[in-house]
Ligand binder design. Sequence first.
Ligand SMILES: Nc1ncnc2c1ncn2[C@@H]1O[C@H](COP(=O)(O)OP(=O)(O)O)[C@@H](O)[C@H]1O
Ligand SMILES: [Mg+2]
Length: 283
Amino acid sequence: MDQAGTLRKMAKAVKESKGFQDIRDRGKTGNFMTRGIAVASGKGGVGKTNLVANVAYNLTKLGKKVLVFDADVGLGNIHILLGLMPKHTLQNVDIMMEGPGGIKILPASSGNKKYSELTTGEKLVLKAELESLENDFDFIIFDIGAGISSNVMYFCTGAQEILIVSTPEPTSFADAYAIMKVLSRDYARNSFKLVVNSVKSKEEGLDVFNRLNKVADRFQLNISMNYLGHILDDDNVTRSVREQRLFSEKYPNSPASVCVRSITREIITANIEQGLEWENMLR
Ligand SMILES: Nc1ncnc2c1ncn2[C@@H]1O[C@H](COP(=O)(O)OP(=O)(O)O)[C@@H](O)[C@H]1O
Ligand SMILES: [Mg+2]
């Protein structure tokens, strides 16, 4: 988009949002994407992008309309995972791409420092653009970057649901706890979904979930966690990443694929139970 176009959009977004205060308030008190699921972890390299892409693929195969938004602004790589080659990588809707099975993808800029920390104006533009897309999709899934930067908080607080990914490693566990703590303490977000990745067994996943709950209780963090399931440690994941293919597509019967199908079912069930305006989930 040219600069004048960007400014026009920004002005419109500011007007419609009644000023900058509005976005901060929303950040603290609620969300703007009723169909949005933010996938975050605190720590990088725990499997967020693989989870997002494979869940999106499964949902699409079940007939849902899914948009994946690469919210790892500055270091986005979901398009690489999917073997796609975007012509331009900017954070606007003009560059929507189609991935395996018909998933729609909005890639982020990669290695582009200019966009690594979004300004308030850019956040408002994005918010307006995403809101304008909301009715076209059943799910909009945000692949969030590592850390607890203002970008990360912006996308997490914007989405209706926050899905935290942790592995059993203590470093990942600590960061999963830290991001939930910040979101609940500073942004009034108290409800989380949890996926435990790279586990040796179902029990190991449940153990991580139980321990996170215990720590939250011990430190009187007022949060509720809903366990969506585990993903087994599986060489097919690494293999499919190298091949730039989705493991759910290339190795549908691999352990990780079976696990992600179960998580996808949980996501759909949870959304039906929430009884939002999601009648179309049942179609
Ligand atoms: N279930 C798994 N089994 C084996 N390796 C995995 C699994 N999940 C992730 N990985 C490995 O971890 C790497 C990082 O995953 P990625 O989805 O890019 O993480 P993130 O988006 O959190 O940084 C992958 O490239 C893959 O090699
Ligand atoms: Mg990633």
